[in-house]
Design a protein around this ligand. Structure first.
Ligand SMILES: NC(=O)c1ccc[n+]([C@@H]2O[C@H](COP(=O)([O-])OP(=O)(O)OC[C@H]3O[C@@H](n4cnc5c(N)ncnc54)[C@H](O)[C@@H]3O)[C@@H](O)[C@H]2O)c1
Length: 446
């Protein structure tokens, strides 16, 4: 890296540290930051070393910048080891299809591998950029800590599972802006060429008056209970099925679609009502989440988003977004725009599609290497997560849920303490089953 780049980065951090609290923040940054001495490597810490964390770390290491993974944190040592092994693979084509390997960019000595609930604190301290890829229940505290420690962040979606978490992320997002710390959220459609080209041309369909969103497919993995696990360990392993960790599948996956519609609408819903339940995925291994949600979201201009997500094998599979305007329609999957009669007005050439998972890292790390401040995705990440939570609150309760009241409700699903012998709020009955939300009976305090 050239000296001029190095000095502009040094300048940037000096500025960042001043904004972050002056003399108190400066030495902390100086110790761990890539500008601090001869070494201008951008140091990365990975928090959450599962499937996506491994993928995101690889993508960060595959960028063109002078990057090194220096620390890893996971609740479980076996997951961390599996991730480390993947990152050290001789040939990445077995892991994520990329050519070659990133072995030389992985510099994580044994002492920088941290496990347990407080692992994130130690890993974050060693890095310039932090990748947050745990289940979303932890995102608010991990994000707050990364920004407190003046780190740039890549964090996966969703960014919370309850409204107390959303508030924390919004507060932290404001602080990140103030400190000029780049934050990218893994709502990668914002970095995907087809979506960006459609967005540029969205006015061709006039005013968007309604939208449809589908995330209907078979569902995901189950990690069965093993002998000797505490309840906390079991829920942490099988996290997808517990609301405090996952937020339900409307949050975990359907958020991508809800987010695209918010983006094209240029706003967020003001209220929602809907219906849902669990009809097929009813075993105790499926914890407490629903297997289907149908939600009618209403925006401030009265337009309606009809949203459906279902995890039931053997039913119609479809993941997509349709936006309907006064003059035409945008179909995101087919990447085209038509008039109301179906005549194609614009077709994105799918040969020009990119790997948005890679692009989001390329752009983030190029920006950091140049010492620039460009990305502030956290606020939208929080509001799109809130959209999904609004939908969940509507289907769980069967009531009309108002955005403003909901976001101020401070719904907090997190356990009183994070420890392997602590009790999550939702505990199984004598037969191992969990209480499931009953519409009409469950009352949110809003
Ligand atoms: N953008 C996308 O398209 C995309 C795709 C897949 C996953 N994701 C997101 O990535 C996140 C992780 O999903 P995944 O599929 O990798 O799950 P995973 O179960 O494979 O990995 C999660 C990892 O986090 C670890 N973990 C849990 N709690 C932790 C804590 N408190 N501290 C440190 N580590 C902890 C787990 O042990 C596990 O190794 C989710 O939010 C998911 O929505 C996004």
């Amino acid at each position: 890296m050239s000296d001029s780049n190095g000095s502009s980065r040094r300048e940037f951090v000096k500025q960042t540290s001043l904004l972050a609290g002056g003399l108190i923040a400066a030495p902390a940054i100086g110790r761990t930051n890539y500008f601090s001495g001869a070494d201008d490597t951008i140091k990365i810490a990975l928090v959450g070393c599962g499937g996506r964390g491994t993928g995101a770390a690889l993508q960060a290491l595959l960028t063109k910048q002078n990057v090194k993974l220096v620390a890893m944190a996971d609740a479980f040592r076996d997951n961390l080891d599996k991730c480390y092994k993947s990152l050290m693979a001789d040939d990445l084509s077995d892991v994520n299809g990329a050519e070659g390997n990133v072995q030389k960019k992985v510099a994580v000595p044994e002492g920088n591998k941290f496990t347990g609930f407080d692992a994130y604190l130690k890993a974050i301290a060693l890095a310039d950029v932090v990748i947050l890829a745990t289940p979303p229940g932890f995102r608010p505290i991990h994000f707050a800590e990364a920004i407190r420690q003046n780190k740039h962040v890549f964090m996966e979606k969703p960014v919370a599972t309850d409204t107390a978490g959303i508030k924390k992320v919004l507060e932290t997002a404001a602080l990140a802006k103030q400190k000029k710390l780049n934050v990218v959220v893994g709502l990668q459609r914002h970095y995907q060429n087809s979506y960006k080209e459609l967005f540029k041309r969205k006015d061709q369909i006039g005013d968007i008056t309604s939208a449809q969103a589908w995330w209907n497919n078979d569902g995901v993995w189950v990690r069965p209970r093993k002998p000797g696990q505490t309840e906390m360990e079991y829920q942490m392993r099988n996290w997808y099925y517990f609301v405090w960790l996952c937020g339900d599948h409307i949050n975990e996956q359907h958020i991508h679609n809800l987010d695209v519609i918010n983006w094209f609408k240029g706003g967020y819903p003001v209220k929602a009502q809907g219906m849902g339940g669990r009809q097929v995925r009813i075993g105790k291994e499926y914890g407490e989440i629903f297997d289907h949600h149908y939600v009618e979201f209403q925006y401030a201009d009265g337009s309606i988003l009809n949203s459906q997500c279902r995890h039931i094998p053997g039913t119609m599979s479809k993941v997509g977004v349709l936006l309907i305007g006064t003059k035409g329609k945008i179909q995101c999957g087919a990447a085209n725009i038509t008039d109301l009669s179906g005549k194609v007005l614009y077709q994105f050439d799918l040969k020009g599609e990119n790997n948005a998972y890679q692009t989001e890292h390329d752009e983030l790390f190029a920006t950091i290497a140049k010492g620039e401040y460009k990305f502030a995705d956290a606020e939208n990440g929080a509001r799109s997560t809130m959209t999904a939570l609004l939908g969940r609150m509507a289907t769980y309760s069967g009531q009309v849920i108002d955005w403003d009241k909901a976001i101020n409700s401070n719904l907090n699903l997190q356990p009183e303490k994070y420890a392997w012998d602590a009790s999550p709020r939702s505990m199984p009955d004598a037969n191992g089953y969990y209480a499931i939300a009953v519409p009409g009976v469950l009352k949110y305090n809003i």
